[in-house]
Design a binder for this molecule. Structure first.
Ligand SMILES: Cc1cc2nc3c(=O)[nH]c(=O)nc-3n(C[C@H](O)[C@H](O)[C@H](O)COP(=O)(O)OP(=O)(O)OC[C@H]3O[C@@H](n4cnc5c(N)ncnc54)[C@H](O)[C@@H]3O)c2cc1C
Length: 392
C-alpha cells in the first residue's frame, strides 16, 4: 500500500533489495549507526553490496555494472533507504563517483577504472566541495599545474563521502590550461587521482575522517589535503575546462538519487507510523482512532505519493534520454522536504518512543534525513536552478 510500481521490474528490484536487507543490513544497522572511525568504514558490507550487484548498478554490463534503468535504480535506492539510508549511501556514493568516469572518460580510463569501481573492488569518491566552495562550486581554490607529463596538485577538500577511504578520486579543481580569459566555470577541470600505491597514500596526499556526523554514519565523510601531489597528465577527465560541466551533469542524476533517498525515508516513516498507530493504546483505544493521528498519516501518505511521481518522472525522462535537470531539482527539493515532514510527524506519533533510539527507528531516520536538504545542492540551490530554468 505504501509502495507503487510503474512496471514489474520495479517489484523485482524491491524483492531483491528486501532479501539482501533482511540478511545483511538489519543485523548490523544499529551497530553501524554508531561508527565514527575510519578503520571502521563498513567495508565488509561494501564488499557484500558489490558481490550482490548493488554497486555500479547503472553502469553497463560490459563494464561490470548492473545495466539497470534509472527508474529501477531509483527503486533500488528507495527500497534500501526503507531499511537503512546510511547503508544505501555506500552504494549511492559509488554510483555518483563512477558515473562521470563512464560518461566522460576515454576508452582507456573507462576500462581501467569503471569495472573496478562498479564491482566494489575500488572505492571511488566525488571530490568537489572545498572549505570555501560549497554551493559556490566555481570558486575552486585547489589548483593543478602541468609539469612535464604530470599535474602537480595543491589544495584542500571537505565533506567528501568516502574521501577518507577512497582508492580513486574524481577530483575537480582549477585548471584552465591556456584559457585565462572567459567564464570561471571553464577553468575547472576534472582529474582522476589513484590515491594509493602499494597500499599507502601517494606522496603529498593526506585525509581525515570527519567526526560527530549527525547521521548517515555507516558511510564515512572525509577531509582531503593535496600538497604537491603528482598525477599523470593522462588522468585528465573529459578535456581541459570540462570539469564544471562534468560535475553538473553528474549531479542531475545524483539529485534523482537523493530524491529516491527521501522517498525511502518517508516510506519507512509512514510504515512505522501506521503500525504504531494501530497498536499504541491511549484512553482505551488505538491512537489511530484519533482524528489528529489520522490526519498526520493522511498528510504523510499524500506527500509521499506526490514526491514519488516527481521522482519517477525525472527518472523516466532520464531513461528516455531527454533533458531532466529541472525535473531532478523538483524531485530533489520536494522529496528532501517531505522526508523531513514525514519523519517529524512519525516522531510526533511515536512521541517518547520515537525520541529514544532504542525503541524505534524514528530517531535514526530523523538524523539521517537531515542531510537530504544539504548535499548534492542545498534546497536553496535547487530553488535557484528551478527558477533560473523557468525565467531563462
Ligand atoms: C554528509 C555530507 C556529505 C557530503 N558529500 C559530498 C561529496 O561526496 N562530495 C562533495 O563534493 N561534496 C559533498 N558534500 C558537500 C555538500 O554538497 C555541501 O555541503 C553543500 O553543497 C553546501 O555547501 P556548504 O556546506 O559549503 O554551504 P554554503 O554553500 O556555504 O551555504 C550556506 C547556506 O547559504 C545558502 N546559499 C549559498 N548560496 C546561496 C545562494 N546563491 N542563494 C541562496 N542561498 C544560498 C545555502 O543554501 C546554505 O543554506 C557533503 C556534505 C555533507 C554534510
Amino acid at each position: 500500500m505504501i509502495r507503487y510500481n510503474v512496471d514489474e521490474s520495479q517489484q523485482a528490484m524491491r524483492d531483491r533489495v528486501a532479501e539482501f536487507a533482511k540478511k545483511h543490513i538489519e543485523p548490523v544497522s544499529k551497530e553501524l549507526d554508531h561508527r565514527d572511525d575510519p578503520d571502521r568504514f563498513a567495508m565488509d558490507l561494501y564488499k557484500k553490496l558489490g558481490k550482490a550487484g548493488f554497486i555500479g548498478m547503472r553502469m553497463p554490463k560490459e563494464y561490470g555494472g548492473g545495466g539497470v534503468s534509472a527508474l529501477d535504480h531509483t527503486t533500488m535506492i528507495e527500497e534500501f533507504c526503507f531499511y537503512d539510508p546510511a547503508i544505501c549511501l555506500l552504494s549511492a556514493v559509488a554510483e555518483l563517483a563512477t558515473y562521470p568516469i563512464y560518461a566522460f572518460g576515454s576508452d582507456e580510463q573507462k576500462k581501467k577504472f569503471v569495472p573496478k569501481c562498479a564491482s566494489g573492488e575500488w572505492i571511488p569518491a566525488f571530490v568537489l566541495t572545498e572549505p570555501e566552495a560549497g554551493s559556490d562550486a566555481v570558486n575552486q581554490k585547489t589548483t593543478a599545474v602541468l609539469d612535464g607529463d604530470e599535474f602537480v596538485i595543491n589544495g584542500e577538500k571537505i565533506f567528501i563521502m568516502h574521501g577518507d577511504v577512497a582508492d580513486v578520486f574524481v577530483l575537480f579543481l582549477k585548471y584552465g590550461g591556456d584559457q585565462d580569459e572567459g567564464k570561471a566555470s571553464r577553468k575547472i577541470s576534472a582529474i582522476l587521482v589513484e590515491t594509493k600505491q602499494d597500499g599507502k597514500y601517494i606522496p603529498g596526499l593526506k585525509t581525515a575522517t570527519l567526526k560527530k556526523k549527525m547521521g548517515m554514519r555507516a558511510a564515512t565523510t572525509g577531509r582531503i589535503w593535496f600538497d604537491n601531489v603528482r598525477v599523470p597528465k593522462e588522468n585528465l577527465l573529459g578535456g581541459v575546462g570540462k570539469g564544471f560541466k562534468i560535475a553538473m551533469n553528474t549531479l542531475d542524476g545524483a539529485r534523482v538519487g537523493v530524491a529516491a533517498q527521501g522517498l525511502g525515508i518517508a516510506m519507512r516513516a509512514l510504515h512505522e507510523s501506521i503500525e504504531y498507530a494501530k497498536k499504541r493504546i491511549c484512553f482505551g483505544q488505538p491512537i489511530g482512532k484519533f482524528q489528529a493521528i489520522q490526519w498526520m498519516i493522511a498528510d504523510m501518505s499524500t506527500q509521499l505519493e506526490a514526491a514519488r511521481m516527481l521522482t519517477y518522472k525525472a527518472a523516466m525522462l532520464e531513461d528516455k534520454g531527454e533533458k531532466f535537470s529541472l525535473e531532478a531539482s523538483h524531485a530533489k527539493l520536494y522529496c528532501s522536504e517531505i522526508a523531513k515532514f514525514c519523519v517529524d510527524r512519525a516522531m510526533q506519533i511515536h512521541a517518547g518512543y520515537g525520541y529514544i533510539g532504542e525503541f524505534s527507528m524514528i530517531e535514526k531516520l530523523y538524523r539521517d534525513q537531515r542531510i537530504m536538504e544539504i548535499y548534492e545542492g542545498t534546497s536553496e540551490v535547487q530553488r535557484l536552478v528551478i527558477a533560473s530554468a523557468l525565467l531563462r
